[in-house]
Ligand binder design. Sequence first.
Ligand code: ZN
Length: 323
Amino acid sequence: MRFSRRQFVLGTLAGLAAPALVPQSALAADKLSVVATTGMIADAVRRIGGAAVEVRGLMGPGVDPHGYRQTRTDIVAMTRADIVFWHGLYLEAQMEGFFHKLEKRGSVIAVTDQLPRDLLRGHDDYDDKFDPHVWMDPNLWVLVADRVRDALIEKRPENREMFEANAAAFTEELRVLAGYADRTLATVNPESRVLLTAHDAFGYFGEAYDFEVLGIQGISTESEAGLNRISMLVDMLVTRKISAVFVESSVSDRSMRAVIEGAAAKGHDVKIGGELFSDAMGAEGTYEGTYVGMIDHNVTVIASALGGEAPARGLNGRLSAGS
Ligand code: ZN
């Protein structure tokens, strides 16, 4: 920070004396205007784009991307943006058609479009589609960060060095996060590694950390769970003596309450192990409202609730108390 004052003075002089010589892209006002659908994508763009981008995230905390439809304001923002990032893999099911139209007009990028297909999970809900919840594995999210970095460089090559440095720092944080998840989840006994959540968002998590993952609803939240599914899950909890299940911040907990009541009626007590961030991050301005904080929260809550060992405030000591 030693040189900041001098840089400020020089910058001011340059601005006053020779505005015509300052390249447009160097001006603070000339930020790339970016729209991102999910909070997780917006977070990656902010981290990598730094001061060169102005990011608008469409889906805030608690918003379910499977059912989200673009508003009038969203459409205006997206048509004016320099780049629009969406997730793809049929996550934004209601907006898919809109994006295919929009991509004819310019830089519209599905951040998962270049992920090697052999790293993706298929699923039973749709034959020809993949499980979109790739952010649940920080090592896969590194590849998404690469895609965001490359798209920003392509749009604004003069900021290449900054985008590369920011992406490298972010990637390093994601690797540390993945290491924390490995270590922490390994403390849960193998027979307790069952994750019952509101919908099937944790498939990549289960694969990465060796958990059996069950959702009351399927891969999408678009269809309600049937009574058969609920009674099957109740029996499973009772026979396998599973003591904790998890609700999600972006999905109603109604079906989960039915499962817990069903188990109680059979004399088996199940507690809610905590609220997980599945398809949306925590409150804006909080640690849980960042991608790293979101995953740290999930890992820490799951490990603690299922009998493993995790620091109360998580990887960085920043989780809110009681989270
Ligand atoms: Zn989902």
